[in-house]
Design a protein around this ligand. Structure first.
Ligand SMILES: NC(=O)c1ccc[n+]([C@@H]2O[C@H](COP(=O)([O-])OP(=O)(O)OC[C@H]3O[C@@H](n4cnc5c(N)ncnc54)[C@H](O)[C@@H]3O)[C@@H](O)[C@H]2O)c1
Length: 396
């Protein structure tokens, strides 16, 4: 099988993860496009990629099989549309667009072009998420009564923290919820197989002002992009991009608390915050059913807790009888931990399988990206009005 050749747009934290995941999934990274020709060349050198493109036109003319769009939110749609118009397959980072209508425009273009377009809701690719999903579908937990949890980070807890995401022109009208809350809702709907039809939301802003993010430097960073606080945690959360001298008013939320309802009245609730001190990437979800409960905690992805009225148990990956969904994603034996980078690589492998004409189960596509934008749109409307709000704008 000939390796697919991919191009990556963006040179920051998540672009780095895409380069590694693409290679792990068997692709050749043929070129990279940064915010300038010199940044493209620097990144190409850093990653050992043959070409640093000077422009998107140069990238498109190079005809990669797949284009990974890993840039700030305001650029996703234009880059993805340019690639799609040329008939190239895409992986588009979330949120796929700044607004729901832009997201729909992209999905329409992808449908018209007949290309594959996927969105890295990669938490779906933890084997134990598939195990939990399979057991919910098999009725092991009984009827789902409640879903709850949170997605907490702390990289914006300092008033000095700033990033391009603080600027609504670059990050969009929702910050914390669009950035990480959408991962939680995608996972909740994926695991339970249901849709949240309505929601109520409140949001809050931790600081009225933050430093002016004048450039698109690193934000939620990887190792080595630490805060300079000397904590040496290694999970580095680059507080600030290269910041300007002044401050800017903060107009987008640091925290969102959202309550959801499904069409049959099942309730769900999540707390989304990027100002929760000590929480690095705590995506946590509990499904409570009439026969049992279950918890998946992204920071401990090798197991799922199953609670029962008369006893509880922790099920570990690759032990005992496993679901087909888990088995497909297990790549190491029990006791040899898999994590986020494996999930990212599995997502890329499924994207490339789709490009080859297969239909991998549970692959998040641009349609799922649009679904997330529907929820974001409803959160913003619900927070503004204080009312229960439909998550489907078709029904408005
Ligand atoms: N799927 C996930 O789990 C996940 C995780 C983190 C980030 N993301 C998404 O990835 C995107 C990037 O986030 P990040 O954390 O890597 O940000 P970042 O600030 O670390 O990196 C952004 C990069 O884009 C470059 N850039 C800016 N404008 C550009 C342009 N016009 N053309 C080309 N390159 C440009 C910057 O120089 C920088 O290298 C965001 O949309 C974010 O929501 C997704």
């Amino acid at each position: 099988m000939t390796a697919l050749r991919v191009a990556v747009i963006g040179t920051g934290m998540i672009a780095d993860a895409h380069v590694r995941a693409a290679r792990d999934a068997g692709a050749v990274v043929g070129g990279v496009l940064g915010s300038s020709a010199s940044r493209s060349r620097q990144a190409a050198e850093r990653w050992g990629v043959p070409t640093g493109y000077a422009s998107v036109d140069e990238l498109v003319a190079d005809r990669p099989d797949v284009v990974h769009v890993c840039t700030p939110n305001d650029t996703h749609v234009d880059y993805a549309l340019a690639a799609t118009a040329a008939g190239l397959h895409t992986v588009v980072e979330k949120p796929v667009a700044m607004t729901l209508s832009e997201g729909r425009r992209l999905a329409d273009a992808v449908r018209a072009a007949g290309t594959v377009s996927t969105v890295p809701y990669v938490y779906r690719y933890h084997p134990m998420v598939r195990e939990l999903r399979a057991r919910v579908a098999a009725g092991t937990l009984g009827r789902v009564l409640t879903v709850h949890g949170s997605y907490l980070q702390d990289w914006m807890v300092s008033p000095d923290a700033s990033t391009w995401r603080v600027d609504p022109e670059r990050g969009g009208p929702s910050r914390a919820f669009a950035d990480i809350g959408t991962h939680w809702t995608d996972l909740a709907e994926f695991i339970t197989g249901t849709r949240f039809t309505e929601l109520t939301a409140r949001t809050s802003i931790a600081y009225a002002e933050r430093p002016d993010p004048t450039s698109a430097g690193a934000s939620f960073g990887g190792p080595g992009t630490g805060t300079g606080t000397g904590t040496g945690t290694g999970t580095g959360t680059g507080t600030s991009a290269e910041t300007g001298t002044g401050t800017v008013p903060v107009r987008t939320e640091d925290t969102a608390v959202v309550t959801f309802a499904t069409a049959d009245g099942t309730l769900a609730n999540t707390v989304v915050s990027q100002v929760a001190a000590g929480r690095k990437n705590r995506l946590w979800i509990e499904v409570d059913g009439s026969q049992g409960s279950a918890v998946f905690d992204q920071e401990h992805p090798e197991s799922v807790w199953f609670g029962g009225e008369h006893g509880s148990t922790t099920v570990h990956r690759a032990e005992g009888s496993v679901s087909a969904g888990q088995a497909r994603l297990n790549r190491t034996p029990a006791g040899h931990p898999q994590g986020w980078t494996d999930a990212f690589a599995a997502f890329c492998a499924d994207t490339y399988a789709a490009v080859r004409g297969e239909t991998p189960e549970g692959l998040p596509t641009v349609e799922d990206g649009v679904r997330s934008l529907e929820v974001v749109d409803a959160v913003l409307r619900g927070a503004a009005t204080g009312r229960w709000t439909s998550t489907s704008t078709e029904e408005r």
